[in-house]
Design a protein around this ligand. Structure first.
Ligand code: ADP
Ligand code: ASP
Ligand code: MG
Length: 443
């Protein structure tokens, strides 16, 4: 059995959907289980619609037209997903009437993207003569907690999914990204969460491989949108992929590695536009050799919070108190650095940090600086290399990039630093040139 997950770009229009369906057909002997994202751009549009609904009756035609175009391109009946579109429309009307958009109702709105695309993809497979059935993940038994927007799957999901899939004879086309909590409310697993669904389903059924089909030929040495010279990596370890994903390499969702690590099932990142390319295989160990740095990730939208307290910093309990405030305000911390009188902390939560700041100000001086970014070098080889750090600092200095904070994880497979958002591209490009575009990077 294999899991084949198709991302939004691989399902963007009728012709791409047909190509993806042909790939599934080709893999039929391996008994594929399909996981789909919403068609490209649909989730973003649904978020806009939900926010718009708060203020006025929404202009719903765009999403209807988008799906109508896909349906007609696939020669499917024009009313094929009308029941779902009508349910979505009444939900949006409800939001307008009560003038309230809770995280719970937002997840409900977002669920339509994947519910519609699964139904359309299953139909596309059937048109090609492949027995296929769209299944919302919750019907298979994917249950999460109630952390709307970023829900965590519960342990009981694994045996349930295994049992449910054992009964399905057709090719299952499962909705990625969405689930339900124990009370039956719809939840989502966080943006790009379909990768996570795919790995979870793979672990549940003991798949031989989880394939993430996307618009790039695997995980690359950097985001090719910033570095056109980036090249695809043949192997990565779960640890490396986890770090890269966490530090912004959008190609894979960070939680994807959780089920993969527990089951040891390899994940392969493949390109729908070049299916013959072997892509990147992500495994427990990537094997010896290779360069010290495997890839460079970056994450924008980071905020730096400086906490200064001359009196209390060295007192025991101060750090506990500090992090307790972050925990209560649900502000996830990325990088930390301390000195005798100050602690600097970064976070990428997009929310208003005023309440957090107010509470911290009751016992310390606080300053908040937005517009930052983290650039992160990841590689199992960094641990053994003596001069990666020196090379990084020299390169950044030559590129005129000022670094604000530096941190190396205890496992020594990542080296991350904070820069101004405007410096991301020059920093990533300069580092890429030195580590990947030179014969001898000197490490
Ligand atoms: P999908 O719709 O298939 O889920 P995404 O847009 O979520 O696709 O992820 C693919 C994108 O991830 C690529 O188009 C690329 O711009 C971006 N990306 C960021 N970092 C990397 C990287 N290191 N390797 C490959 N792609 C990357
Ligand atoms: N459609 C969702 C998103 O855009 C999930 C995914 O693409 O994996 O975030
Ligand atoms: Mg994605």
């Amino acid at each position: 059995m294999i899991v084949m997950k198709f991302g939004g770009t691989s399902l963007a229009d009728a012709s791409r959907i047909r190509e993806a369906a042909a790939l599934v057909e080709k893999h039929l002997p391996e008994r594929p289980v399909v996981v789909v994202s919403a068609h490209a751009g649909v989730t973003n549009r649904l978020i806009e619609l939900a926010r718009e609904a708060l203020r006025r009756r929404t202009r719903f035609d765009g999403i209807r037209a988008r799906h109508a175009e896909i349906l007609s391109g696939l020669a499917l009946p024009g009313d094929f997903v009308d029941d779902l579109l009508e349910e979505l429309e009444s939900l949006l009307t409800g939001i307008t009437l009560v003038r309230e958009l809770t995280p719970r109702s937002l997840d409900y709105v977002l669920s339509f993207g994947e519910r519609i695309s699964a139904r359309i993809f299953a139909a596309a497979l059937r048109s090609g003569g492949v027995g296929a059935r769209a299944i919302p993940a919750w019907d298979l038994g994917l249950v999460t907690d109630s952390a709307f927007g970023e829900a965590h799957p519960l342990e009981e999901s694994y045996p349930r999914i295994r049992r449910s899939l054992a009964r399905v004879r057709d090719v299952p086309v499962i909705t990625g990204f969405i689930a339900k909590d124990r009370e039956g409310n719809i939840t989502t697993l966080g943006r790009s969460g379909s990768d996570y669904t795919a790995a979870l389903v793979g672990a549940a059924v003991g798949a031989e491989e989880v394939q993430i089909w996307t618009d790039v030929p695997g995980v690359m040495t950097a985001d090719p949108r910033i570095v056109p010279e980036a090249r695809s990596l043949s192997r990565l370890s779960f640890r490396e992929a986890g770090e890269l994903a966490y530090y912004g390499a959008r190609v894979i969702h960070p939680s994807t590695m959780i089920p993969a690590v527990r089951s040891g099932i390899p994940i392969r990142v493949l390109n729908t536009a070049a299916p013959g390319h072997p892509g990147t295989v992500i495994l427990a160990e990537r094997g010896a050799g290779g360069p010290s740095v495997s890839s460079i990730a970056h994450k924008r939208g980071v905020t730096l919070i400086n906490v200064v307290s001359t009196r209390m910093l060295l007192q025991h309990g101060f750090m506990a108190k500090l992090f307790d405030v972050f925990a209560r305000h649900e502000v996830v911390v990325d990088m930390i650095s301390t000195s005798e009188i100050s602690v600097s902390i970064t976070t990428d939560v997009g929310r208003d940090l005023t309440p957090l700041r107010r509470e911290l100000s009751t016992f310390a001086e606080v300053s908040v600086e937005g517009g930052k970014a983290i650039v992160c070098l990841v590689g199992e080889g960094i641990r053994a290399s003596k001069d990666t750090e020196t090379l990084v600092f020299r390169t950044l200095e030559e590129a005129g990039v000022r670094t604000r904070m530096i941190s190396m994880g205890a496992t020594r497979i990542n080296l991350s630093f904070l820069v101004d958002e405007a410096d991301v591209e020059p920093a990533v490009r300069a580092l890429h040139r030195v580590f990947f575009e030179r014969e001898d990077p000197g490490t």
